[in-house]
Design a protein around this ligand. Structure first.
Ligand code: E4P
Length: 231
């Protein structure tokens, strides 16, 4: 499963892209609106450079004509932009039109397998199912995402993108269910890093190694030799 970052913050993408694990990013109007003094177009362009993969930017109009116009404008920001379109009859029609103009679409706010089937038929590249928001209203997100993956079948063209990820287990569940992508907030990506046994293990290795100073000397020498040889 590919990992995207779900954010409107360039600084957050800069920090986490350096880990080398991001294949793309998603923004939405709420995430971009949180970034005071940032220009949304500049943010989307910079995020495209940083992740060097698909970056979703969302349309906000409620009619097909304006959704399509906004979609074209967003796609013009960078070749890596994927236009995010909210689910609904207008959104489906806008998706069909954008896709037929060669613009990839991420259909967002999908909460059921029935909606996912319509989304795939409209030609969307990504079907974004919001796990956290389902759990918030006591609908089990795991079974809904599982139904979507099953309904679209193994030979699907549309990729199932798990969104509204609130904790590391959502990401693990999405991967086990066969989602192609999960888009994950920076805070949750950081939670995925940590494990007390990793931290205590590193401390123990470091302490044992530094208890033998001559080993430290040896490793420094080895690094110097290898650096000199590669010049
Ligand atoms: C998806 O692309 C959305 O940006 C996002 O996952 C929404 O999640 P939320 O429920 O945390 O707002």
């Amino acid at each position: 499963m590919k990992l995207f970052i779900d954010t409107g913050s360039v600084a957050e993408v800069e920090e986490i892209a350096a880990w080398g694990v991001l294949s793309g990013a998603t923004t939405n109007p709420s995430l971009l609106a949180k970034e005071q003094d940032a220009d949304p177009g500049e943010s989307i362009r910079r995020i495209c450079e940083l992740v060097d993969g698909p970056v979703s930017g969302e349309v906000v109009s409620d009619n097909v004509r304006d959704m399509v116009a906004e979609g074209h404008a967003l796609a013009g920001l960078d070749d890596r932009v994927v236009v995010k379109v909210p689910f609904g009859s207008e959104g489906l029609a806008a998706t069909r039109e954008l896709v037929s103009n060669g613009i990839p679409v991420n259909m967002t706010l999908v909460f059921s397998a029935a909606q996912a089937l319509l989304t795939a038929e409209a030609g969307a590249s990504y079907v974004s199912c919001f796990m956290g928001r389902l759990d918030d209203i006591s609908i089990d997100s795991e079974s809904v995402v599982g139904e979507i993956v099953d309904a679209l079948g193994p030979d699907r063209d549309a990729q199932v993108l798990a969104a509204s990820i609130r904790h590391p287990m959502h990401a693990v569940i999405a991967a086990k269910l066969g989602c192609e992508v999960a888009t994950i907030p920076g805070k949750v990506l950081k939670q995925m890093l940590g494990h007390p046994l990793t931290e205590s293990g590193i401390t123990r290795f470091t302490d044992d190694w530094t208890s033998r100073p001559e080993f430290g000397e040896w490793l420094r020498g080895l690094v110097e030799q290898s650096t000199a040889a590669s010049r």
